[in-house]
Write a protein that binds this ligand. Sequence first.
Ligand code: OSB
Ligand code: MG
Length: 380
Amino acid sequence: MGIRLQAIALREIRLPLKEPFTISSGTVDERRILLLELADADGVRTWSECVAAAQPNYSPETIDTAWLAIREWIAPRILDRELAGPEAVHPELERPIRGHLMAKAAVEMGTWVLAAMRDGISLAERLGGTREWVETGISIGIQPDPETLVERARAALAQGYRRVKVKIRPGADVGFLRAVREALGGEFPVVADANSAYSLDDSAQLAALAALDDFGLAMIEQPLAADDLVRHARLQKQLATPICLDESITSLERAEDMVTLGSGRIINIKPGRVGGFGAARAIHDFCARQDIPVWCGGMLESGVARAYNVALASLPGFTMPGDISPSARYWQRDIVRPEWTMNAEGRVRVPRDRPGLGVEVDVDRVDDLTARREILRRSV
Ligand code: OSB
Ligand code: MG
């Protein structure tokens, strides 16, 4: 069934995190979130979320660049155009507009929900998802010392999380991971995520990465720069621990390059980072053929983008726990109902029994949190 978008409403909300989240390149304590409301020509409506942050410290995009890109270039290419379906949106945006993948994804992913609603099926089913439940891992920000980190990791285990991911940076790495491994025992899946903080030119940093090999980590995520597949390949040859790429994988082609060059053995798929579900599914399918495990990453999303991640993670190739924590991990109160919850076995239920997103947006609350709003229609 075709897709024809009639209007896109942009809004910025501000949602305070329960506690600050620190990665190697910066700290967030209040999430500025760009929400979209999409309406098609028949009045079917849904919400989507742009996962860009306020600062360009994970990717070059921010919520402000995304707002500009959607208003100036993305919406004008999509509004009031008859497209064959959500599959046609990514190709429509890919070549004429360079970059701005998170901005594109916010629109593209919304069209998958509209298509699901028109078919009367869940987003998960529309994407080809098969799982009833998805497994959850926690991502723990950089802590002041190993003892605090161990407390956090123990608490995560007690809550049922099936994997612990620890943010690292030079100087907060080997001692922190050693403490976590000793506390959790030899078997539990532990991951280190560097967010591009390391360089092969620094012998102390290289030695620290090599030392992590002793802790039997499930993987080390994105140690080097986003655009550096060649040095990741050199590093992977020196490490027993599998490298998982996050920031580096922005398209199917980069996933192919990872395999060709040997830059890593696992991929963290974030649909926002790759421009939406079209690319995310293509990477998933490619990795399934290549026996590359994938898992769904997170970007401190509200319950809206979480619905998209849960649906994606229900695809059969997502064999590792994703960064899909329940609402209460981040927010005093989420903006969706019901809130996302996790059971004692660290699993989140996929709402396959409800058409579209599977959660309702609490519009009154979103109104209260809204800092600015703009409605985009085709100018005639
Ligand atoms: O690298 O996976 C990352 C959060 C913000 C930016 C980048 C990353 C992260 C996380 C948090 O690890 C994952 C989550 O949303 O729980
Ligand atoms: Mg990461």
